[in-house]
Design a protein around this ligand. Structure first.
Ligand code: HEM
Length: 489
């Protein structure tokens, strides 16, 4: 595995090679039998995966899951790679705990799995949610804006935003880093992809709205039908309306001002408006409503995940002095704030980001819905049932990583990258639907660590523990209220 091709990539050749493997039988497909690969049993005769015996009665699964989701799924998956848990509101969910399964669902047999409905209900028809032809068309249009070369052009703008906020910190400040990073990643996203700089201490409505987009997914409302107006859902609806209005305002402001050749566009807004004005691409995709959905999707998907990555990276640096020392040595060698030209040389910083995303992947599991009956390790997953790919669990599996619970950026040697199962590390998902913002997020994370690390050292003020205090919501987050002490260097 190389860092460029982690968990498959956008390269259609990768997908083609893998689907050849599937058709030649190298990948389990159709029918299999536990413990005897040679015997073939029709899928309909296979048993359903067991409920893990160590989780108590299925009726109680949801309560245990709500109390501590990570512990719940870890426990479940110690009993086997394919298990079934029962959750209120969603019913049975099949946990698929081996990277071979991840690969089948995301790449080699991806046509057998759909995205789940919840995101579409929340965010409409943006890239994260649409399927089939419409997805392919949206991805084609948006991909160039997120390709490595285009993302490189954002580097200076990213550093400007990171400095603008972090250079206000003073020696002795105590900051809630998760909150500060949320503001910073939103500053970066707006200034680059959306082409509009947010006010450093203003634009509070937009900042609050971006935060409340997560309220749709609070575990406490999972079990209620979508139409029940809980306070969290009301907050979500208000937040979405605020961001839609902002999207309209931005799109209106660009009308008549977009580049005549949309391929010259420097940000998402100019690209979308330019395509519409030039009459390129399907008009359905470029209707007002779709454009709005696209913008809200990007605001949702494009900042919280990087926030988490940065917050946990700083926690890991603060609690691992030997890594912190090497990191500071590396960033101190820079002549000034990092530039795109420096990024290739930031080897320690790169490994810190890679290892943070292994131990604390912001998207800790990926949901899909079986579009047909499908077999995993001799068990049947019936059509219509939910499957879950437990990314965090797999990335901590001792079959793939030595001493897996340890934060050890040094483990990312060329040899490990070469020999690792190609889906044992998948913080950005994999296959054709791999995160479109991956290059953007990795660049932003490295630039933010280096910019901040040159000026400050961050001390962890929470309890000492092997694990940071984590609150698994829609994405992994640090528990709120946890502070770091800032010291100037
Ligand atoms: C460390 C940061 C990030 C992580 C860990 C992350 C993770 C992921 C994952 C796991 C997926 C796959 C979802 C699935 O298969 O169901 C995904 C998709 C996506 N991400 Fe990210 N993401 C990050 C940053 C970003 C950024 C910065 C943006 C935009 C600026 C972004 C936009 C998207 C979009 C639009 C999709 C849907 C792609 C498609 O279906 O074609 N992400 N992300």
């Amino acid at each position: 595995m190389s860092s460029d091709t982690e968990a498959g990539d956008d390269d259609p050749a990768g997908a083609a090679a893998a689907s050849t493997a599937a058709s030649t039988g190298a990948v389990e497909s159709g029918s299999v039998q536990r413990g005897d690969a040679s015997a073939r049993t029709p899928i309909e005769d296979l048993p359903l995966a067991p409920y893990p015996p160590n989780l108590g009665r299925p009726a109680l699964h949801a309560f245990r899951q709500m109390r501590d989701p990570f512990a719940f799924f870890e426990r479940a998956l110690t009993t086997g790679d394919v298990v079934r848990v029962n959750l209120i509101g969603t019913g049975d969910v099949y946990q698929l705990g081996h990277p071979d399964h991840t690969k089948r669902v995301l790449l080699t047999e991806r046509e057998k799995f759909d995205k789940t409905d919840d995101f579409r209900i929340a965010f409409g028809e943006g890239l994260l949610t649409v399927e089939g032809e419409e997805w392919a068309q949206q991805r084609d249009v948006l991909q160039p804006l997120f390709a490595r070369d285009s993302v490189m052009d954002y580097a200076d703008g990213m550093v400007e935003q990171i400095r603008r906020r972090s250079e206000r910190w003073a020696d002795g400040d105590r900051i809630e880093l998760q909150r500060e990073m949320t503001h910073m990643t939103l500053d970066v996203l707006f200034a680059t992809v959306l082409g509009r700089e947010l006010a450093l201490d203003g634009d509070r409505k937009i900042r609050a709205a971006a935060e409340h987009l997560h309220d749709w997914f609070l575990p406490t409302t999972y079990f209620l039908p979508d139409w029940v107006p809980t306070p969290a859902r009301r907050r979500f609806r208000r937040a979405k309306a605020t961001l839609q209005a902002e999207a309209d305002r931005l799109l209106g402001g660009k009308a008549g001002d977009a580049p005549t050749d949309p391929t010259d566009a420097e940000d998402l807004l100019s690209l979308l408006v330019g395509l519409r004005e030039a009459g390129i691409a399907d008009t359905g995709m470029l209707s007002d409503e779709r454009l709005r959905d696209q913008m809200v999707t990007m605001i949702f998907a494009g900042h919280d995940t990087t926030t988490t990555t940065l917050t946990f990276a700083f926690w890991a640096l603060a609690t691992h002095p030997e890594v912190r020392e090497r990191f500071h040595e590396e960033v101190d060698r820079l002549d000034g704030p990092p530039t795109m030209a420096d990024v290739e040389d930031l080897d320690v910083t790169d490994r810190v980001v890679t290892e943070t995303l292994r131990l604390f992947p912001p998207v800790y599991s990926l949901p899909r819905q079986a579009a047909t009956d499908v077999a995993f390790d001799g068990y049947r997953v019936p059509e219509g049932e939910l499957v879950s790919l437990p990314i965090r669990h797999i990335q901590r599996d001792p079959r793939f990583f030595d001493d897996p619970e340890r934060f050890d950026p040094g483990r990312w040697t060329a040899e490990l990258r070469r020999e690792l199962h190609d889906f044992a590390y998948a913080p950005f998902g994999g296959g054709p639907r791999i995160c479109i913002g991956r290059e953007f997020a990795l660049l932003e994370a490295k630039l933010a660590l280096a910019t901040i690390g040159r000026n400050y050292e961050l001390y962890w003020l929470g309890e000492r523990s092997d694990e940071p205090p984590t609150s698994p919501e829609m994405t992994t987050r640090m528990e709120s209220g946890k502070e770091f002490l800032i010291t100037e260097r």
